[in-house]
Design a protein. Structure first.
Length: 580
């Protein structure tokens, strides 16, 4: 169905190719998973299938890609639309219409399908993806995960022969991700649809793959094979595979079920060993930036907050973004309620955030996680109740004052990026934060090495762009750091580096609140887990207490070793090392 013949893609101004000399075949009716570290060219390779590379992105494509016999060099994306459905990493860039139902119908309208066929397929897709209750909602009012499901649904309705999906579960909660993957399985097995998918959260998808294609590093030849064979040599692998590698199980388990069947002896060895859990660094004041030059208030958290105060002179907007010692809670929400139009996004939420504490906000898509973060930075005004951050009321506090108390990395990293190069972005971040030159650039290199100074932020992969946005906010070292889906687009190595950085900040007394569907990140990093449902707090407690008893939010290691309270592969590795 898809054939790559000596495919090499090189972008203008870049010396080395993004992908080089790729030759492989994706058979009809198979789900093929594309894996590899961030920045190795996975999105580029997917783009060659739909014709977006090079017709839309530019660059030079050498070799040949054919889909159902059509050469993508000579067929533009619109000439492949009846065969290939594509969902990229950013669903917002995918939408054409304003409402959910119209978006699901748009692709079929473009292909000239009959109205009765369109109506039937829209209803089928609404049911398949759990979108029926959202059919009349404006897309702009949906959560990131809901938008992701709409984007997937919009390419399913035309019934393409090939689906190309780039990080399709990255913004989905665990239950929604399982629903989407079940739909893809049904398409592959029942309808013979061919699916080519890139995904970093391998714990969700690797067991569903017929083949795995590993891109080990930029420009390297792909490694193609059965999932267990490729995972044995892959630099990126899910925790359950890591557990199999650690214990020497062969063949490697790909699912929790397979691992549990072999883990009886391991559970006995670990039964009397204590699982080391994250310890909060209490009452340590955050360190102040080394330099106290007054920064320009060029950015706060989102462009909207900056433009809200644009009428003020630059001289008035300048204020030192120093991290002040915190006495008492960093942030407090009391009986907080927020309405977004007809939707009550938050109801009676109470949350206290202490210095040195890392809290994971979890819950299904649309539960109110992003709204709560927005309330902490003043992007939304409470309908009732109150929010205080560092003693200030966020929505009544000027951005130049609020940046000394809180920083937010939103779901869309581009909202924070303004400069034309990575080096320019980092230089501006250092100046804004009053930090010594080079701090932001060092953070970028620490999170994802190898990003060139002269690259434009829009030319980075999703994971690289997120790392840059994280570095921009982390440069100011705010007492309260808010992260919305911080591991979206990050591979396991980049995620581990992020955990190291955030642990260091927490140890210095910075408070961190992250909204995430990444249960592995929460297990690795969080002291507390707060679960939201329908805008209300339904669970709040130490990470192990909450996730061990939750089938939806338990990490893979917990599921394998339950009822023991083990959360991460690192805990098991340490315990086994001590036992030896």
């Amino acid at each position: 169905m898809i054939r790559f013949e000596n495919v090499t893609v090189t972008y203008d101004g870049v010396d080395t190719p993004s992908v080089a000399d790729v030759t492989m075949t994706v058979p009809e009716g198979e789900l093929v998973l594309l894996v590899g570290p961030s920045g190795v060219g996975k999105s580029t390779l997917l783009g060659t299938v739909s014709g977006l590379v090079p017709h839309f992105t530019g660059g030079t494509l050498r070799g040949r890609v054919t889909v159902a016999g059509r050469d993508t060099r000579t067929h533009k994306p619109r000439e492949l639309a009846d065969v290939v459905g594509t969902v990229g990493q950013d669903p917002l860039s995918h939408f054409v219409t304003d409402t959910v139902e119209d978006e699901l119908a748009y692709g079929m309208e473009s292909l000239g399908l009959a109205p009765d066929v369109m109506r039937r397929r829209v209803e089928e897709t609404l049911d398949l993806l759990g979108l029926a209750e959202l059919r009349d909602r404006p897309i702009a009012t949906l959560s990131g995960g809901q938008q992701q499901r709409v984007a997937i649904g919009s390419v399913l309705t035309p019934h393409p022969k090939v689906l190309v999906l780039d990080e399709p579960t990255s913004a989905l909660d665990p239950a929604a991700a399982e629903e989407v993957l079940a739909v893809l399985q049904r398409l592959v097995h029942d309808l013979g649809t061919t699916v080519l998918m890139a995904e970093h959260r391998l714990e969700r998808v690797v067991q569903y793959a017929d083949q795995v294609v590993l891109l080990p590093e930029p420009g390297a030849a792909p490694v193609v094979g059965a999932p267990a064979e490729v995972m044995a040599v892959s630099p990126v692998f899910p925790p359950v595979v890591g557990l199999g590698r650690l214990t020497g199980w062969s063949p490697l388990p790909l699912t929790v079920r397979d691992a549990r069947r072999r883990a009886a002896g391991l559970r006995e060895r670990l039964a009397d060993a204590p699982a080391q859990e994250p310890v909060r660094a209490a009452s340590l004041p955050p360190a102040a930036p080394a330099s106290r030059r007054p920064p320009k208030a060029r950015r706060f958290t989102l462009r909207g907050l900056v433009t809200a105060s644009a009428a003020k002179s630059r001289a008035e907007e300048r204020a030192p973004a120093t991290s002040e010692p915190v006495d008492g809670p960093v942030a407090v929400a009391s009986s907080l309620a927020v309405r977004r139009g007809r939707v009550e996004a938050l109801r009676r939420v109470g949350l206290t955030v202490e210095p040195g504490e890392t809290i994971a906000l979890m819950g299904r898509n649309g539960a109110g996680k992003s709204t709560l973060l927005s309330a902490f930075v003043g992007l939304v005004e409470p309908s009732s109740g109150s929010v205080r951050v560092g003693g200030a009321v966020p929505h009544r506090t000027e951005p130049r004052d609020l940046i000394r108390r809180v920083g937010l990395v939103p779901q869309e990293p581009r909202d924070l990026l303004y400069a034309d190069t990575v080096s320019g972005e980092c230089a501006a971040a250092d100046q804004d934060a009053g930090a010594e030159p080079g701090r932001c650039r060092a953070l970028v290199s620490e999170l994802i090495p190898g990003i060139a100074d002269e690259v434009h932020p829009r030319d980075l992969s999703e994971g690289q762009r997120l790392a840059l946005a994280l570095a921009v906010v982390l440069t100011a070292r705010p007492p309260l750091l808010l992260l919305d889906e911080p591991t979206r687009g990050l591979d396991y190595a980049a995620k581990a580096r992020l955990v190291t950085v955030l642990r260091g900040l927490a140890a210095e007394g910075h408070a961190i609140v992250l909204a995430t569907h990444d249960v592995e990140l929460a297990a690795e990093l969080a002291h507390r887990v707060v679960i939201l449902a329908e805008g209300e707090v339904v669970a709040d407690g130490p990470t192990a207490d909450v996730v061990v008893s939750s089938p939806a939010f338990a990490p893979q290691i917990t599921k394998v070793l339950a009822p023991l309270r083990w959360l991460t592969l690192g805990q098991v590795r340490t315990a086994l090392g001590d036992a030896r």
